[in-house]
Design a protein around this ligand. Structure first.
Ligand SMILES: NC(=O)c1ccc[n+]([C@@H]2O[C@H](COP(=O)([O-])OP(=O)(O)OC[C@H]3O[C@@H](n4cnc5c(N)ncnc54)[C@H](O)[C@@H]3O)[C@@H](O)[C@H]2O)c1
Length: 298
C-alpha cells in the first residue's frame, strides 16, 4: 500500500484522484488546499490530515519522512500555472508525482523538471487519460497498421459551454490556465500527436478568450481544429436537446466516438502508473509545445 498526499483537494477533479487512490488500494494520508470546502474527503479518506496553509503541509510531509512513514506519491490537482512549483516541491520532498494536465504551461519547464527528477531519483507522471481510452487505442492501432505515408484529414470540433464563472476563475486567466487551447485543447493535441506523429506546421486562424481555431499539420494528419466554451457555438439542433457540450472528431469523414468513458479513466491512469507504465515528463513535450506555440511562444 502506497501513501499519497493530494494538492488541490477541494477542486472539481480532486475527487477522481481520491477515488483512484482508493480503487487502487492505496491510502491518502494528507491533503492541502487553501480553500477548506473539502467535505468530499469524508467519502474517501476521513482520516487524512488536511491543511489550508502550504507551510504546515510542507512541515507535515517532511515530518512523516523523518518519522520513517514517508509519502510515496503526491498527486497534483491545483491550477495549471502552479503545477510546475508543486511538482518541484513534491520531488524535493522525496515523493513521486502524479500531476493533472497540462503538466506545465511551457516546454522549458519540462527540462527543468527532468533535471530535478535526475537529482532526486523520483519520477513525475501525468494524467493523459485519452491515451487510455479504448476507442483511441483502437484508432492508434489502425493508423499504425495502415499505410505509413498516408496523411489523414481530421476535423475536431469541441464545444464545452462554460458559464460566466469561468472568466472570473483562474481558468479564465491566460497566465494561469494557458487559455482554452491549453486548458481544454491539450487533451486532443496530445492524443492526435501521439497517434499521427510529429508536428510539421501549427497555425492559429482565430483565438480569443472563448474560442480558438486553427490548423495543425502532423506527420500523418492534417487537423482542422476548433475549440470553444461559448454556448452559442453549439449547433442549434444540439442546443434544442438541452445539451451544453458538443464534440465531434472525424477522420476522413468518419466519426470517432469517444464520449463515453472519458470521465472514468483516472483509476485506469493510476493503475498503469503503479504498474510502471505511466506517461513521464518528456511524453508531454509535443502537446505542451503545441499549446505553447498556439499562445504565441516560439
Ligand atoms: N484530466 C481531466 O479531465 C481534467 C478535468 C478537469 C480539470 N483538470 C485539471 O485538474 C486541475 C484542477 O482543475 P479543477 O477543474 O479541479 O479546478 P478547480 O478550480 O475546481 O480546483 C483547483 C483547486 O486548487 C486549489 N488551489 C488554488 N490555489 C492553490 C494553491 N496555491 N495550492 C494548492 N491548491 C490551490 C483551489 O482552491 C481549488 O480547490 C487543473 O490542472 C485542470 O487542468 C483535468
Amino acid at each position: 500500500m502506497k501513501n499519497f498526499a493530494l494538492i488541490g483537494a477541494a477542486g472539481y477533479i480532486a475527487p477522481r484522484h481520491m477515488k483512484a487512490i482508493k480503487d487502487t488500494g492505496n491510502d491518502l494520508v494528507a491533503a492541502f488546499d487553501p480553500y477548506d470546502g473539502v467535505g468530499i474527503m469524508d467519502s474517501h479518506f476521513p482520516n487524512a490530515d488536511f491543511f489550508t496553509e502550504f507551510e504546515r503541509f510542507d512541515r507535515h510531509v517532511d515530518k512523516l519522512r523523518r518519522q520513517g512513514n514517508p509519502i510515496d506519491f503526491i498527486s497534483i490537482c491545483s491550477p495549471n500555472y502552479l503545477h510546475d512549483a508543486h511538482i518541484r516541491f513534491a520531488l524535493k520532498s522525496g515523493c513521486d508525482v502524479i500531476c493533472e494536465k497540462p503538466l506545465v504551461l511551457n516546454p522549458w519547464n519540462l527540462d527543468a523538471i527532468a533535471e530535478i527528477e535526475q537529482e532526486t531519483g523520483k519520477r513525475v507522471y501525468s494524467i493523459l487519460q485519452l491515451r487510455l481510452h479504448p476507442s483511441i487505442i483502437a484508432l492508434k492501432e489502425k493508423i499504425k497498421n495502415g499505410p505509413k505515408d498516408k496523411v489523414y484529414d481530421i476535423n475536431l470540433n469541441y464545444i464545452t459551454s462554460r458559464g460566466k464563472w469561468y472568466h472570473r476563475s483562474w481558468k479564465g486567466v491566460l497566465e494561469k490556465s494557458g487559455g482554452i487551447a491549453t486548458n481544454i485543447g491539450v487533451h486532443f493535441f496530445d492524443m492526435l500527436s501521439w497517434i499521427f506523429g510529429e508536428v510539421q506546421e501549427n497555425l492559429v486562424t482565430s483565438i480569443n478568450s472563448e474560442t480558438a481555431k486553427g490548423n495543425l499539420k502532423l506527420k500523418q494528419a492534417n487537423v482542422n481544429w476548433s475549440l470553444s466554451i461559448d454556448y452559442n457555438e453549439i449547433p442549434e439542433q444540439v442546443r434544442l436537446q438541452g445539451k451544453r457540450t458538443y464534440r465531434t472528431l472525424t477522420i476522413e469523414g468518419e466519426e470517432i466516438e469517444f464520449s463515453d468513458g472519458f470521465t472514468e479513466l483516472h483509476t485506469k491512469s493510476y493503475e498503469e502508473i503503479l504498474k510502471g507504465n505511466g506517461f513521464g515528463v518528456m511524453e508531454n513535450k509535443t502537446a505542451i509545445e503545441i499549446v505553447s506555440k498556439i499562445r504565441g511562444n516560439r
